[in-house]
Design a protein around this ligand. Structure first.
Ligand code: BYC
Length: 324
């Protein structure tokens, strides 16, 4: 309800000006006033996104020593390094909202913060590296292209850079799948097996059905989220089914049908019980992922300390030079 001052009931003048700015498609920058709820939901989403990039290095890292050629190894290493870079852009974006890097890391390590459910599945064969690039990075691009238009400037700008790199990741995965699908019968079987295991989890990356998405309506109004979970999932399905056909691989869904009227593919039910379990760290390798992240953090402590000591030395030297 609008009162005599033109404000919505319960909404301050600051909140109204903030929403008006968003409605004009202007970006919100770190020094702008913002409601505490906007700041909190962004820190939640951006930090979860950053953790996903960092935890996402683990299933691929598992194959660096076993990549089938020097070229494949070099490409995989470059991709994993890109993921680390994505994590850093995103942690930096979250820091502009007064989130501390140490607190975000602690929240990941003690299980308070989520990361994408997809990374709680193991990489059992080389074809899984192809399937991750093709399906996981493919799903990530669909989600992240929409986030490039997010109302929060630093997140939107990080997304633009990340999307450029993700498109290379997706292509390298599809190319691995193409080589396997056109290879020996055993190689083709490996590719099909990877598709069978990653298809369902890839669909879950887009989050719960819209009717169960607790944050969607608020985040759409704030234009953090520009398109709904189901809408993006459908785009991914429509884009990926023909790609599987081109590979001559079958999507593991007996209910998959093409709806002539809507111009979309329809899929069978998604296993949301599995999603709930995996999101809570209950996937096949959930515990292992956090154990490995904790170990990497502890073993890297000396690097962080050395970098800080070096920065302090440089600062002291600069101050000394200025005083002379
Ligand atoms: N996994 O109300 P909803 C990559 C959570 S990394 C785990 O719909 P929202 C890559 C959700 O957070 C790409 N949790 O939420 C890296 C919320 O939990 P809380 C990662 C999930 O925010 C390395 C609750 O469920 N991409 O590509 O409106 C190698 C309710 O959901 C998941 C991003 O992080 C899930 N799949 O929408 C290779 C994208 N889905 O906080 C590749 C950024 C939902 O209430 N994030 N949840 O406890 C987003 O776009 C949105 O946060 C989501 C969810 C679409 C994921």
């Amino acid at each position: 309800m609008t009162n005599v001052t033109g404000l919505q009931a319960g909404e301050s003048a600051e909140e109204q000006a903030f929403q008006a700015k968003i409605d004009r498609e202007e970006r919100i920058e770190p020094k702008d006033w913002m409601p505490e709820g906007y700041r909190k939901t962004l820190v939640r989403q951006i930090s979860q996104h950053a953790h996903s990039e960092i935890v996402g290095m683990l299933p691929e890292g598992n194959w660096v020593t076993r990549a089938p050629s020097l070229k494949r190894k070099a490409v995989l290493l470059a991709k994993i390094q890109d993921e680390a870079g994505h994590g850093l852009y995103l942690y930096s974006a979250a820091e502009t909202l007064d989130a501390s890097r140490d607190e975000m890391t602690e929240a990941l390590h003690d299980g308070r913060a989520k990361y994408s459910s997809i990374f709680n599945y193991p990489t059992l064969s080389w074809a899984d590296i192809g399937a991750i690039g093709w399906l996981v990075d493919g799903a990530a691009i669909v989600n992240q292209v929409a986030l490039c238009r997010c109302s929060y400037g630093p997140y939107a700008r990080a997304m633009e850079r990340i999307c450029k790199e993700e498109s290379f990741h997706q292509r390298q995965g599809y190319e691995i799948m193409m080589v396997l699908a056109q290879g020996t019968p055993e190689q083709k079987e490996m590719a099909q097996d990877a598709l069978n295991r990653w298809w369902g989890p890839a669909l879950m990356m887009f989050g719960p059905h819209d009717s169960n998405s607790v944050h969607s309506s608020r985040n759409m109004a704030w234009k953090i989220k520009r398109r709904s979970n189901d809408d993006l999932r459908q785009q991914f399905i429509d884009m990926t089914v023909p790609q599987a056909e081109y590979l001559d691989l079958s999507i593991p869904d007996p209910d998959l049908t093409w709806n002539e009227e809507t111009g979309h593919y329809e899929v069978g039910p998604i296993d949301w019980d599995e999603f709930e379990r995996v999101v809570k760290g209950g996937g096949p390798v959930g515990r292992e992922r956090i154990r490995d992240r904790r170990r990497a953090w502890e073993e890297g402590a000396w690097v962080r300390e050395a970098a800080l000591a070096h920065a302090e030395k440089r600062r002291q030297r600069k101050m000394q030079a200025a005083a002379e």
